[in-house]
Every structure is written in structure tokens, then in C-alpha cells.
Design a protein around this ligand. Structure first.
Ligand SMILES: NC(=O)c1ccc[n+]([C@@H]2O[C@H](COP(=O)([O-])OP(=O)(O)OC[C@H]3O[C@@H](n4cnc5c(N)ncnc54)[C@H](OP(=O)(O)O)[C@@H]3O)[C@@H](O)[C@H]2O)c1
Length: 255
């Protein structure tokens, strides 16, 4: 592939842009406020980057990453994304995205909801279970002994193969967790969600508890120091995906 479209130029979108550029892939980035607001970001990313509208990024990409708050998913350009492989990084946080009863009840996964809107796109859930700062820290070339794996899920096997190829170029092995209906296996607070990529998992769990308390009490949360990361091999990830239980909104520490 030559060009990656990226809708959402925040923490994950810009991190993936940097990874892609390092792998020799051009990127076209979009946000909600317009390409003119991405001038500084594009300048930092260099000659392989340009900014566009969400429609422009969708049409420019051989593959397209969608990395926006879930609450905005219905604003995604469904027509421009029709027929394309779309990597969906979304997570559902009701306090940020508004309550979605079908998600709260576990009747549907987050990516199935996005797929309903992007009915003609080939959605692959990816990059939602790793913190943005761990992506460059843990990325390794193919075959490296300490390469980490990321889960993917999707309903189209060829789309998953394309996504896996891209993710490999960005530095990670992949483990196929099944169709989108199974992607709850790596949604927030399941066993494969962010913690296994941490060098100090207890510190992250403590930070989650403190964040949950800050949200409850309306105080400003203390941000934890950046964790240096720990490799997660594919075999261990497979075990975590197979053994985890579903985490409904009501069961989560941070919802
Ligand atoms: N941060 C992480 O470590 C992490 C890890 C895994 C998954 N995720 C998930 O990935 C998604 C993105 O997270 P993030 O942390 O990167 O978010 P973020 O830093 O808040 O950035 C969100 C980006 O989405 C853009 N955006 C919002 N609404 C849009 C719309 N309607 N059309 C086009 N662009 C739109 C924003 O543009 P404007 O600024 O112009 O509004 C911004 O560039 C979320 O679902 C999050 O839960 C995050």
C-alpha cells in the first residue's frame, strides 16, 4: 500500500501517522475542524503527510484508520468509505460518548455499531487495546524476538489480511480474535486491554482506580508517569483473548 488515510488526528491518529511514515507510507490526516487546523501537525510529520477533510482522507487511503471518539461515529463519511478496509480504533466510554443502551447491555460490540453506520466498508477493529505511547515503544521489525502482538477482529477475511499486513509494517504481529461480534474480547478492561503491554501493570490499575475516583468526585485526576512498556507475544495474547469475560459498562471501573 502507498497511502494511509487517517480520520482523527489525536493521540492515536498522529501516533499511527508517525509509524506509517517511518515505514515509508504516505498519510492523509483529517480531524473535525478542517485541514487548515492541521498545518502544524503536518509540518511536524514531514513531506509524506498532508491534511484533508474526512471525505478526502477516506478517498485518498488504500486503507483508512478511523480514530475518533465513538460518540461522533455517525459523522464518519460512509459513502467515501464504501468498499474500503477501515481500521477502527474506537472504544466506548459512556461518560465521554453518551450512553448507548445496546452497548451497555452487551447486545452489540462497539465496532459492530460503527459497521452499521459504515455499512459498505470492511471494518477491522485494531489498535484499540494499546495505549498510544506504547505503540512506538513496543513496535519492532518482523521476526524480532520481542515483537508484540495486537488483536484484530472483522467479518471480512481479506480485509483482515490487509489490516494484518499494514499492522506488521507498523511494527506488530496480529492475533485474529474472530468476527466483529467477538471483538468484545479486547474492549476496555478485558484481560487483553492495555494492562498486558505495561511493564508495571499494578501502577496502571492503581491509576485507573484513581481516575475512577476523580471522575466520581469531580476532582482533577493525577496523570501517571509513562510506563516503559512490556512485549506481549502472540501466544500470550491468544490465551488472554480466549480466557477473558465480557465487561459491560456497569462492571467497569472507568465507564
Ligand atoms: N489515546 C489512546 O491511548 C487510545 C488507545 C486506544 C484506543 N483509543 C480510542 O481511539 C479513539 C481516538 O482516541 P484518541 O485518544 O486518539 O482521541 P483524541 O486524542 O481525543 O483525538 C480525537 C481526534 O478525532 C477527531 N474527531 C472528532 N470528531 C471527528 C469527526 N466527526 N470527524 C473527524 N475527526 C473527528 C478530533 O478532531 P478535532 O480535534 O478537530 O475535534 C481529534 O483529531 C477513541 O475512540 C479512543 O477511545 C485511544
Amino acid at each position: 500500500m502507498a497511502t494511509l488515510g487517517i480520520i482523527g488526528a489525536g493521540a492515536i491518529g498522529t501516533t499511527l501517522a508517525r509509524q506509517a511514515i517511518a515505514a515509508g507510507i504516505d498519510v492523509v490526516l483529517a480531524n473535525s475542524r478542517g485541514p487548515e487546523t492541521l498545518t502544524a501537525t503536518v509540518a511536524q510529520l514531514g513531506a509524506r503527510a498532508r491534511a484533508a477533510t474526512p471525505e478526502g482522507a477516506a478517498r485518498a487511503g488504500d486503507l483508512v484508520v478511523v480514530s475518533i471518539p465513538l460518540g461522533a461515529y455517525q459523522q464518519l463519511p460512509a459513502t467515501a468509505l464504501a468498499g474500503r478496509v477501515v481500521l477502527d480504533t474506537s472504544n466506548y466510554y459512556a461518560t465521554r460518548d453518551g450512553h448507548r443502551p445496546a452497548l451497555d447491555a452487551g447486545e452489540i460490540t462497539t465496532s459492530e455499531l460503527v459497521q452499521q453506520h459504515l455499512a459498505e466498508a470492511k471494518l477491522v477493529k485494531a489498535f484499540n487495546n494499546i495505549s498510544d505511547h506504547h505503540i512506538p515503544v513496543l513496535a519492532r521489525p518482523p521476526g524480532a524476538a520481542d515483537r508484540s502482538a495486537l488483536p484484530i477482529a472483522g467479518d471480512d477475511p481479506r480485509a483482515k489480511a490487509s489490516a494484518a499486513e499494514l499492522i506488521s509494517r507498523l511494527g506488530f504481529d496480529t492475533v485474529d480474535a474472530g468476527p466483529l461480534a467477538e471483538s468484545w474480547r479486547f474492549e476496555p478492561e478485558t484481560d487483553a486491554y492495555t494492562v498486558p503491554y505495561c511493564a508495571d501493570p499494578d501502577a496502571l490499575r492503581t491509576a485507573w482506580a484513581q481516575l475512577a475516583e476523580a471522575v466520581r468526585s469531580g476532582t482533577t485526576p493525577q496523570m501517571p508517569a509513562a510506563d516503559p512498556g512490556a512485549p506481549l507475544p502472540a501466544a500470550r495474547l491468544r490465551t488472554l483473548l480466549a480466557g477473558t469475560s465480557r465487561k459491560l459498562t456497569a462492571d467497569r471501573l472507568i465507564a
